[in-house]
Design a protein around this ligand. Structure first.
Ligand code: CP
Length: 317
């Protein structure tokens, strides 16, 4: 297995099975600190910089919470309009990250351009973590999702993953790459204008990912062990920010997982993950069902990032 120390986390396409389990093992080791709301001093001499060019609630704050739990320092920006990248100068990734590398030991970036974290990693000598890049990937979210599934099911193999929503979403890309490392079957359900791109399907075939496409969640939910959701009433992920103007459309029933559908058709043991935020594809009354695991996911997000930061900064090897 490659060392994590000093490594950029840009994609799950290049993650091996052993590497997934190494991240989850360290997460288990560090979990008691988060569970008991204690801080450690594992990263007391290290600094995380968060460079977020797109809005975020969970991803930025869970990285920062993880760093605080490990005794490290945090700085950064969450509104790029207040940096030179977002004003008159439109400062490039190259020039920006030439600066930022001097300010911290690891950088977490979210950006509206696919490939921006990889570009940043070229110009920063410190490790760079992709926290979501346009329609590209979202590796830390999917590591959190898989860690949650492992805790809930005791395995990542032998499961059927029902992926519902916008297949252009970065989480959908990362999870399908990740499933190449497990004995997993995926059923993909999304609107035709939000389907997997042909070039991405070629990659999935090259990686030997076992997936089929279906048109309606109501026809296939009975097969699912894991119900993995994203909205289809979506923001434009290639924009730095999108305000809501007027009313949004409703999610068609083909992509809604309701309490009634779960009661009538889902396996009783199936669990629902959603990276959040949600729209009407996942009504709030599902929260009280046996299937809901998205709040556990939120806690696991802190633990997972504690693991990743420890590994990348060489404190867990
Ligand atoms: N899951 C996720 O990426 O949430 P945020 O956009 O709030 O970071």
């Amino acid at each position: 297995m490659r060392s994590f120390a000093g490594r950029d986390i840009l994609s799950l396409k290049d993650f091996s099975r052993d590497e997934f389990f190494r991240v989850f093992q360290v997460a288990d080791d560090l979990r008691p600190f988060a569970r008991d709301r204690r801080n450690s001093d594992l990263l007391k001499n290290k600094t995380l910089l968060t460079a977020f060019y797109q809005p975020s609630t969970r991803t930025r704050l869970s990285h920062e919470a993880a760093m605080h739990r490990l005794g490290g320092q945090v700085l950064g920006f969450s509104d790029s309009k207040m940096t030179r990248a977002g004003d008159f100068y439109q400062e490039s990734i190259k020039d920006t990250f030439h600066m930022l590398e001097y300010y911290a030991d690891v950088i977490a970036i979210r950006h509206f351009q696919q490939g921006a974290p990889a570009e940043a990693a070229k110009w920063a000598s410190v490790p760079v973590i992709n926290c979501g890049d346009g329609w590209g990937e979202h590796p830390t979210q999917v590591l959190t999702d898989l860690y949650t599934i492992l805790l809930e099911k005791g395995t990542l193999d032998g499961l059927t993953y029902l992926l519902v929503g916008d297949m252009r979403m970065r989480t959908m890309h990362s999870i399908l790459y990740a499933l190449s490392q497990f004995d997993a079957r995926a059923i993909v359900v999304g609107p035709p204008d939000m389907s997997l791109l042909p070039e991405f399907k070629v990659e999935l075939d090259e990686l030997n990912v076992d997936y089929v496409e279906a048109g309606d969640v109501r026809d296939v939910i009975n097969e699912a062990d894991i119900i993995y959701m994203e909205p289809v009433v979506q923001a434009d992920y290639t924009a730095s920010r999108q305000e809501r103007t007027g009313t949004t459309g409703l999610t068609p029933p083909e992509y809604v997982v309701s309490r009634q559908l779960l009661r009538e058709k889902a396996k009783r043991s199936s669990i629902i993950l959603h990276s959040l935020p949600r729209m009407d594809e996942l009504p709030a009354d599902v929260d009280a069902t046996r299937h809901q695991r998205y709040w556990a996911e939120a806690f696991n997000g802190v633990v997972l990032k504690m693991s990743l930061l420890s590994l990348i900064l060489g404190a867990a090897e």
